[in-house]
Design a protein around this ligand. Structure first.
Ligand SMILES: CC(C)(COP(=O)(O)OP(=O)(O)OC[C@H]1O[C@@H](n2cnc3c(N)ncnc32)[C@H](O)[C@@H]1OP(=O)(O)O)[C@@H](O)C(=O)NCCC(=O)NCCS
Length: 429
């Protein structure tokens, strides 16, 4: 006999601790047992309280959990849409395969719709889990290792002038969130960080500070990270990099390695100025970083073969629950009219056909529900792959995941949807 899973929102600290226990256990991390660990977990409840935590129960016993952050997801042309950012999703070992994940996802998507969110966004732990729920990979990141000895820039590239300096941790909160917000407008895929998320990013979850901004200042940077900032000639910050360095002294000399945790810039020239500063630090032999697949760095190095690629990842997966709103809240590269048949675009997963009309390049589109055949047919997962301006409708059509009523429709949609720079997500959640 199959048991029904019920999902409820956590109401009290005991619920939140239960959720933390389930989540850590699902990810194979020991639940806090020592007094210090319990203390830090209790502190982390402060920011857990600012999100919606779900508990899934089987016969009254909590066995699964997920957390939702309200986020703004950037879309092409300096716009954004509200989304449910899903994180910390886990099911207790021993209770897998009974539909607990499914019940959590169904509930979160219903709530996303009810809140007026355009969809739900998450980092997938495995590529094979979320497609069945209509999620599609919406961004792409590349892991590179750059040997500093081969990292000279070409002399014909545009690098921002100004000054680059280390920012003291006490100044991080004053500079980084505002700069991150400005940089996010450049491309699709970036998600907003609430002040609680910023506290978590800059202070670490074990040092989550209090609710007053003043309390944050003592804690950021209390780990091994440095922050380098580039200022333009007027003194305005235009790019930053958070990085740490691992020492290594070898017989032939220093061979430290640098890990860049995030590099955020308002434009390509500001990004290159920051890279130039990072790639010329003494003692460092190589630099590891995630970059966009269209990173200016890859086009600015004299030795284009210098960065070795150790992986590529899609990072952000998106499940669109409101295709009309999603298509309305971005700009398009060129004018055009197109009718899209979304096989599962309706609220209950039923087909939905929409007509998109864009009057001029760089404009938003008018989107209405449409009664008639589509020029292109796809699922919401395919729409998620191309909505933010990356991905390729033509490639999806070539493997049969998008159907064209007439040859050439997919290429036409690519011309409208494509955007530069490509979508990217800096925040990991
Ligand atoms: C991944 C996890 C959440 C799955 O939970 P679950 O309750 O066993 O999943 P369900 O029983 O609800 O499965 C729902 C569907 O997903 C599929 N599925 C579940 N886990 C899967 C996996 N690891 N890979 C591929 N498919 C998976 C099931 O086959 C099922 O498919 P169907 O309904 O189409 O037949 C759970 O194994 C877990 O907590 N893992 C460790 C933490 C983790 O990876 N969390 C995800 C973070 S993004």
């Amino acid at each position: 006999m199959s048991m029904t899973v019920s999902v409820r929102v956590a109401e009290c600290d005991d619920d939140l601790l239960e959720a933390a226990r389930i989540d850590l256990t699902a990810f194979g991390l020991p639940f806090a047992r020592t007094p210090t660990a319990i203390e830090s977990l209790e502190r982390s409840l402060q920011w857990r309280r600012t999100t919606t935590t779900y508990l899934a129960e089987l016969e009254g016993r909590a066995v699964g959990t997920a957390r939702v952050y309200d986020m703004a997801l950037s879309t092409p042309g300096a716009m954004s849409v509200p989304v449910s950012g899903v994180g910390d999703l886990g099911v207790l070992p021993g209770f897998g395969g009974r539909g607990v994940l499914r019940a959590l996802v169904v509930r979160m998507l219903d709530d996303a719709r009810a809140r007026g969110h355009v969809g739900a966004a998450l980092y997938a732990s495995e590529a094979t889990i979320y497609g069945r729920f209509g999620f599609g990979p919406a961004t792409r990141s590349r892991r590179v290792r750059i040997p500093v000895a081969r990292a000279a820039m070409r002399d014909d590239v545009s690098i921002a002038v100004g000054r680059t300096e280390i920012l003291e941790p006490t100044e991080w909160f004053g500079v980084l969130p505002e700069l991150y917000g400005r940089a996010a407008a450049r491309r699709g895929g970036e998600v907003s960080r609430s002040s609680e998320l910023w506290a978590n990013v800059l202070c670490g979850s074990s040092r989550t500070p209090g609710t007053r901004p003043g309390e944050w200042e003592a804690t950021p940077g209390a780990d091994d990270r440095f922050c380098m900032v580039h200022h333009d000639p007027t003194g305005a910050p235009v790019s930053y990099g958070l990085y740490s360095i691992e020492e290594s002294w070898e017989p032939e000399g220093p061979a430290h390695s640098m890990t860049v945790h995030e590099l955020v810039a308002v434009d390509a020239a500001a990004e290159l100025a920051l890279w130039q500063a990072l790639l010329t630090l003494s003692l460092v032999r190589h630099v590891d970083a995630w970059v966009t697949t269209d990173s200016p760095l890859l086009y600015a190095l004299e030795d284009r073969w210098a960065p070795s690629v150790s992986g590529e990842h899609d990072k952000l997966w998106l499940r669109i629950v409101d295709p009309v709103k999603a298509l309305s809240m971005r700009r398009y590269r060129i004018a055009g009219d197109v009718v899209l048949s979304l096989t599962d675009g309706g609220p209950a997963g039923e087909p939905l056909t929409v007509a998109l009309s864009v009057a001029s390049g760089g404009a938003t589109g008018v989107v209405v529900e449409y009664d008639g055949p589509g020029q292109l047919t796809m699922g919401v997962a395919e729409l998620a792959e191309v909505l933010l301006g990356g991905g390729s409708v033509a490639l999806l059509a070539s493997v049969g995941r998008v159907t064209e009523a007439r040859p050439g429709e997919a290429a036409r949609l690519d011309a409208m949807f494509g955007w530069s720079p490509l979508p990217y997500v800096t925040h990991a959640f």
